[in-house]
Write a protein that binds this ligand. Structure first.
Ligand SMILES: N[C@@H](CCC(=O)N[C@@H](CS)C(=O)NCC(=O)O)C(=O)O
Length: 216
């Protein structure tokens, strides 16, 4: 069985969990405790020199890193349902929207970045929260405009896709950082449409075995 090294609240791990659940693929989940810094220990560095989660270890021991590359592997290996449109233009547009989350929003509010601005730039809880909320809001404004261009249930499809694997964990983070989702009615509706689907429930942070009982 494949192994997924992740953490209940890691949004990059959450993306991969959703992709696996949408495909109905079971893996062994192995928690790496981000709060206790296990991602920086040599055992994890040997899996991913970046010291990041997630890492998917294939049955032959191959280690895959970077959540979008892992999702691409999952989509290419386990067909049906396809997470990406076959049409090249639609596919490019879906990838672009996904990259807004994965490369433009999420990295600026990653744990190590927040720790850095706290330690090296004198930010307290409020400053750190404001920083994260600022960059999420900026990215979500662009995504909302993109989403307004489609009349589909999800971003540009009527079944959840690669993009929703990225969006829903980012909405989870947005709420944690106090971003008012009412500013983004289409994103909020996409999130609501996903929330009750079994794959999204299975992948949600609060349903992971390593989530603490008081995970609020
Ligand atoms: N671009 C990477 C980002 C991975 C990433 O930032 N993972 C976070 C958890 S969501 C992490 O491991 N952070 C550890 C740290 O910041 O020290 C991906 O998509 O896999």
């Amino acid at each position: 069985m494949m192994k997924l090294y992740g953490y209940w609240r890691s949004s990059a791990s959450y993306r991969v969990r959703i992709a696996l659940a949408l495909k109905g693929v079971e893996v062994e989940h192995i928690p790496v405790n981000l709060r206790e810094g296990e991602q920086g220990q040599s055992e994890h560095i040997s899996r991913n020199p970046q010291g990041y989660l997630p890492v998917l270890v294939l049955e032959d021991g191959t280690q895959l890193t970077q959540s979008l590359a892992i999702m691409d592997y999952i989509d290419a290996t386990f067909r049906d349902p396809d997470l990406m449109p076959r049409d090249a233009v639609k596919r490019s547009k879906m990838l672009a929207a996904s990259l807004i989350v994965a490369t433009d929003i999420h990295p600026i509010q990653n744990l190590s970045v927040l720790k850095y601005i706290r330690a090296e730039h004198g930010q307290d809880d409020a400053g750190v929260t404001q920083w994260a909320a600022h960059w999420i809001t900026k990215g979500f404004k662009a995504l909302e405009e993109i989403a307004q261009g489609y009349e589909t249930t999800y971003l540009m499809t009527d079944v959840p896709s690669f993009f929703e694997c990225c969006l829903i964990p980012q909405v989870y983070n947005a709420r944690r950082f106090g971003v008012d989702m009412d500013q983004f009615p289409r994103l909020k509706a996409i999130d609501a449409a996903c929330r009750d689907l079994p794959a999204f429930i299975k992948a949600a942070p609060e349903t992971q075995p390593d989530a603490p009982a008081n995970h609020g």
